[in-house]
Ligand binder design. Structure first.
Ligand SMILES: [Zn+2]
Length: 345
């Protein structure tokens, strides 16, 4: 594993910029900051965080700069150039030296053998040696990770999982991703598959569940098909014939609609079954939920009880926590990457 130096130092006080999305306290002279970039299907975002080693502890993870721009559609080279532009804007606005290291969160995983990206829903990234291409473009070190791993890292560093040794983070949104963080480091694993819980099968599946169409990954019974927001909507459609959005189903369930209540109960039961496998194998100190479905407050109490009932030792009490940083976790985790590189195989 390469030892990476912490980000870079501020030279002068930053000036107000039209690019700055937030109005944080400004860093002091020579303070180090962390820079991360989150590559999404619709936008690419850069974020600079205050470096914890040089800050007041109360400023841990404070955002110094954020900017997002639309992702160039289907153009890999333009994507690399846009990332360069965003890092340039950030360093110019904060008046800092060019970074020694940038963290990068992407949809998809890095092939451990070829060092190229695979499994990305941003198809233009697949097969590309993106980390190396960005090292060439930025002339600095680049640490690249799956966006769900970035989410888990962000929550482990200064979010809901802060202070826990082993954090399992799950994004339950349009799709489903997971990440493992141990002592503030992402556990990528020998095949870089650590945390890919969304593509493990639903345990104790009944006949009806077995009839669900295969996942986009071509395997059957993937957790993603059941516990993503999309899976929740599909399940309610099959059961009721009503094509509703997830928040509409939850709203109806809260108002006492029997079909919606049953759909939410099935969803919670399946989520609990899947998470019990995580507890039986990994036994994390906490589980942090992010993504749209994590915003359903009514989910947590019954999920906690059901998880306990499905674990090998009934009565296990693994805390299930709601993410603190919401949509910002991807880019925040990418920034933390620049000081906490993943374990390499
Ligand atoms: Zn799958």
């Amino acid at each position: 594993m390469t030892k990476r130096s912490p980000a870079f130092k501020l030279l002068t006080m930053p000036q107000t910029s039209s690019f700055t999305a937030q109005a944080p306290q400004r860093p002091s002279l020579h303070e180090e900051v962390l820079i991360g970039v989150d590559v999404g299907g619709t936008k690419i975002e850069v974020c600079a965080l205050r470096h914890p080693s040089t800050s007041d502890p109360s400023c841990l993870g404070q955002v110094l700069y954020r900017e997002r721009l639309p992702t160039p559609k289907g153009d890999y080279q333009a994507t690399i150039e846009l990332i360069h532009t965003l890092v340039e804007h950030c360093s110019q606005t904060l008046k800092i030296q060019w970074p020694q290291c940038v963290g990068l969160g992407i949809p998809g995983t890095l092939d451990a053998q070829t060092q190229t990206i695979r499994g990305s829903n941003s198809l233009v990234l697949n097969g590309q040696a993106m980390a190396q291409d960005l090292r060439n473009s930025l002339a600095c070190d680049v640490v690249l990770q799956n966006d769900a791993n970035c989410f888990a890292l962000s929550e482990a560093m200064d979010g809901a999982g802060q202070g826990h040794a082993m954090v399992f983070g799950v994004i339950i949104g349009t799709g489903c991703g997971g990440g493992i963080v141990h002592h503030q480091q992402i556990w990528g694993g020998a095949n870089r598959l650590g945390g890919e819980w969304g593509h493990t099968p639903l345990p104790w599946a009944n006949e009806l569940e077995r009839q669900r169409a295969p996942c986009w990954c071509k395997k059957s019974l993937c957790m993603e098909r059941f516990v993503s927001g999309t899976g929740f909507e599909e399940d309610h459609l099959v059961a009721s014939g009503l094509p509703l959005k997830a928040q509409e189903i939850v709203g109806l369930a809260i108002m006492g609609n029997p079909q919606a209540k049953a759909s939410l109960e099935r969803y919670i039961d399946r989520l609990a079954r899947g998470l019990s496998m995580v507890v039986n194998i990994l036994d994390p100190d906490c589980i942090v939920l992010g993504g749209g479905m994590s915003l359903v407050e009514e989910l947590y109490s019954p999920l906690q009880a059901k998880l306990s009932s499905y674990c090998f030792h009934e009565g296990s009490r693994t805390p299930i926590l709601k993410a603190v940083h919401g949509d910002s976790s991807g880019v925040r985790g990418a920034a933390w990457l620049s000081q906490t590189p993943a374990k390499q195989p």
